[in-house]
Design a protein. Sequence first.
Length: 74
Amino acid sequence: MSPPMNDNARPDDKERDDVLNAVSAKWKRLTRQEISALKSNRDLISLVVDKYGIKSNAAKRDVEALLDGRSLTA
């Protein structure tokens, strides 16, 4: 007998969770609260610039490489 399916879990939610976990693993200075509050890739870029003191174009390159076409948009 297979476990019951969770009708409340959408594929988009799982992808977002996967992305947030990858962000957390890469940028350890970001808190769980900051990561959970992200609404867009641009938000993440700004946060990385603020926390790590790197230039925006370097943060954008790093974010795009990590996300690999995925988006933080909920």
